[in-house]
Design a protein. Structure first.
Length: 185
């Protein structure tokens, strides 16, 4: 079943929407969640939370890109679960990737800078649109899917130094892009 038909089922509040979504996208959802949580039991629970959040958000939302919308919900559910499970402990790969990006994003209250999440999201999407495919893929693998450098090397078929230098250059480009648009001083 294609994505438009699945969204139509959600809009009709048909329960088959959930089973069709699970049939088509369970692997994607578990992949995203698994990279963040690293626990099959937590991933299964988080997958169920993802379906519930999806059910509660369609309607009123009617996503144009259902797969991306679902992936974003799964990722957000996984991060909520991660924060809950690791309030005192930290998963080194996720924390490391967040620390790497910390220099690119100023705190919203820092220095009087104020911006909305929607505006920042649109700006980051515009930035990603300026990247060539390989650096964009490496960037998203690291900071969207929380892949380790070793995983990026394996997935992209590149060396460690190429992965690290690509991430370094892309972070610098992001910092410059955000500074030019007033998100950083």
């Amino acid at each position: 079943m294609d994505d438009q038909n699945i969204v139509a089922l959600f809009l009709q509040r048909a329960e088959t929407a959930m089973s069709e979504t699970q049939k088509k996208y369970s692997g994607l959802i578990l992949s995203i969640i698994g990279r963040i949580l690293h626990s099959p039991e937590d991933a299964q629970e988080c997958e169920n939370d993802t379906y519930l959040a999806l059910w509660q958000s369609i309607p009123p939302h009617q996503p144009d890109n259902f797969k991306a919308y679902l992936a974003a919900i799964a990722r957000n559910q996984a991060y909520h679960r991660y924060r809950y499970l690791h309030a005192e402990k930290r998963h080194p790969e996720a924390v490391l990737s967040f620390d790497e990006l910390a220099g690119c994003l100023a705190d919203q209250t820092d220095g009087g800078i104020s911006y909305s999440d929607d505006a920042l999201r649109e700006t980051i999407n515009a930035f990603l649109g300026t990247l060539k495919p390989e650096p964009r893929r490496i960037f998203l693998l690291r900071y969207w899917q929380c892949c380790s450098i070793a995983e990026i090397m394996r997935i992209c078929g590149i060396s460690k130094s190429k992965a690290e230098s690509s991430l370094f250059r892309t972070r610098n480009q992001l910092r410059k892009f955000l500074t030019e648009r007033g998100y950083m001083e």
